[in-house]
Design a protein around this ligand. Structure first.
Ligand SMILES: NC(=O)c1ccc[n+]([C@@H]2O[C@H](COP(=O)([O-])OP(=O)(O)OC[C@H]3O[C@@H](n4cnc5c(N)ncnc54)[C@H](OP(=O)(O)O)[C@@H]3O)[C@@H](O)[C@H]2O)c1
Length: 257
């Protein structure tokens, strides 16, 4: 960590997945933050040089693929560099390993399925609604080039619903499903329906059924230009003195969980 000309802290950041959509947006946008300096990049082709690139950095921002994410986060922690990850599909087991490694190294780490303020508020409202209403289903509509389904956001919301209720959701099975898969995927009683179409970036709808009432909560994303600012908040948070172990979820980063 260095200081700006005005004596402000300046964080040294490495971007992993630098050739991806998110990596490019972050490598271009993070240097516009007054307290952030991008000092290196890691791509799939330069994975073997990652330890050298990480030397002297404070934070590694990582939006890649679950196959690469665990190793990258653990390598960063071993080098004393705090990972700030947004990779979808990272398992609970990997996040537990990251938490344990960060605690052992006495540094912080962040993983969040959605680096959006509205997304964090949605998750908080969903937790509240889940204590009072069921069944609940999620309909996500994402750009056609998204590689995975369901999205990490939907899985994180399903997890939040079950955690908040303290039990699985009771979903009533249909008697006859004439087209297999029509009811979507299901985790702990939460059905998730993944639409993949061009013409949209990302929309997530959480639908709570009740007795003669329906609660529909919706969050939509329309661009990537704000990610450097929202990810920068996670960088500042993980660099705060006393932050040790994994901060999970953007709500916990910005204090709306
Ligand atoms: N948390 C959030 O708010 C948020 C927002 C948007 C996206 N995401 C998630 O962030 C991740 C990246 O999204 P994206 O849209 O940037 O995807 P993308 O354009 O496909 O980029 C992924 C990057 O990861 C690299 N990569 C893939 N597999 C790898 C491996 N096995 N080893 C090393 N590098 C590998 C790719 O390298 P190559 O270019 O060399 O193939 C690519 O540069 C996804 O999981 C996505 O769901 C999260």
């Amino acid at each position: 960590m260095g200081l700006t000309a005005e004596g402000m802290k300046r964080y040294r950041v490495v971007v992993a997945g630098a050739n991806g959509r998110m990596g490019k947006a972050l490598a271009a946008g993070l240097p516009e933050q007054p307290d952030i300096e991008v000092v290196g990049a890691i791509t799939r082709a330069t994975l073997s040089e990652a330890d050298d690139v990480l030397k002297g950095a404070d934070v590694m921002v990582e939006f890649t693929h679950p196959d690469a994410s665990r190793d990258l986060m653990l390598r960063a922690i071993a080098a004393g560099v705090r990972p700030v990850s947004g990779t979808s599909g990272v398992s609970d087991e990997t996040l537990a390993a990251v938490d344990a490694a960060a605690r052992a190294r006495e540094i912080g780490a962040v993983w969040a399925a959605n680096y959006r303020i509205g997304g964090a508020v949605l998750a908080a409202i969903v937790r509240l609604a889940a204590r009072h209403l069921e069944p609940v289903e999620i309909v996500e509509m994402m750009h056609a080039t998204k590689k995975d389904a369901p999205s990490g956001v939907s899985l994180a919301l399903a997890r939040a619903i079950v955690e908040s209720r303290g039990a699985d959701v009771s979903a009533r099975p249909v008697e006859r499903q004439t087209l297999p898969g029509t009811r979507g995927g299901e985790t702990h009683g939460v059905h998730i329906h993944s639409v993949r179409v061009p013409g949209i970036q990302s929309r997530t709808e959480v639908i709570f059924g009740g007795s003669e009432e329906l609660l529909v909560l919706q969050h939509e994303e329309n661009g990537r230009s704000d990610y450097p600012a929202t990810v920068a908040r996670a960088i500042r948070r993980v660099m705060e003195p006393g932050v040790i172990g994994l901060i999970r979820g953007y709500g916990a980063v910005i204090g709306v969980d």
